[in-house]
Ligand binder design. Structure first.
Ligand SMILES: [Zn+2]
Length: 253
């Protein structure tokens, strides 16, 4: 019961924050991509020819991604699903054979998403090793519900904790370090560290300070953070994503 209540609180907090963001974007116009991207899911099967991914889960990932990308008029639609029967691909390694699987199954003019039950690194939810606007294939590898985050990478965003808090809390060097976006506060998060960053309700409790002795106050609800309290992107992140596509020469289709 306790867990249920906490979940409810987190949901309510997130809903409020999204509404605030909607109002914000109404005030200041964002560029409009005005495009629906076709998504092709490739589902890898394990040795028993099963997968934890079903169509509802895929549609759920598309729906939540559409919600987050709506302010820049980018939408995604599930256009095709196939299965990959070679069981050894159900636990892909980030550095191992991802190029091989892509070479065999990639389809042009789609965002190709490879779904696995787990990666060999069990903490990894997904990764996107290509950008939406360049000549490399548009592809994402996913084991869990982090499609909005990976799509953020594909549209040019870095993690909010890039540089692990090297950005000053006062933002004075925000254009040259960190995620290079000034409306995302400095984020000291370190991947793999056993530091306790958050309290029970997503409140930031780490008491480390930056080079000026100021306490960090990262946006724990930012999609590009690793705190898992996902609420949204900032205006600066939306601008970067929209311009990545609008300034790019490759339009895919
Ligand atoms: Zn990431």
């Amino acid at each position: 019961m306790k867990k249920y209540i906490l979940l409810l609180i987190a949901t309510v907090m997130c809903t409020l924050s999204l509404s605030a963001q909607d109002l914000h974007t109404l005030d200041k116009e964002l560029p409009c991509i005005n495009k629906t991207f076709s998504v092709y899911f490739h589902v890898t099967l394990d040795s028993l020819r099963t997968t934890s991914w079903d169509v509802a889960a895929m549609e759920g990932q598309i729906a939540v991604t559409n919600q987050y990308f709506a302010p820049i008029c980018a939408q995604f639609e599930l256009c095709q699903i196939d299965t990959i029967e070679n069981w050894s691909w159900d636990s892909l390694s980030r550095d191992y054979r991802v190029d091989e699987i892509n070479r065999l199954f990639y389809e042009e003019n789609r965002i190709n998403i490879y779904l696995v039950d787990r990666f060999d690194d069990p903490t990894l939810c997904g990764f996107a090793n290509s950008a939406i606007d360049n000549e490399a294939d548009a592809k994402i590898y996913l084991s869990g519900g982090c499609l909005p985050h990976e799509m953020g990478h594909m549209f040019g965003l870095l993690h909010t904790f890039e540089g692990n808090g090297v950005e000053n809390v006062n933002g004075s060097n925000c254009e040259t370090v960190g995620d290079l976006i000034c409306d995302t506060p400095s984020d000291p998060y370190v991947q793999g560290s056993d530091i306790q960053w958050l309290g029970e309700n997503c409140e930031f409790i780490f008491t480390g300070t930056d080079i000026n002795g100021e306490f960090y106050q990262p946006d724990v609800g930012n999609i590009m953070s690793y705190y898992g309290c996902d609420c949204g992107f900032t205006r600066g992140q939306y601008l970067k994503m929209a311009n990545k596509w609008l300034d790019g020469t490759r339009k895919m289709w």
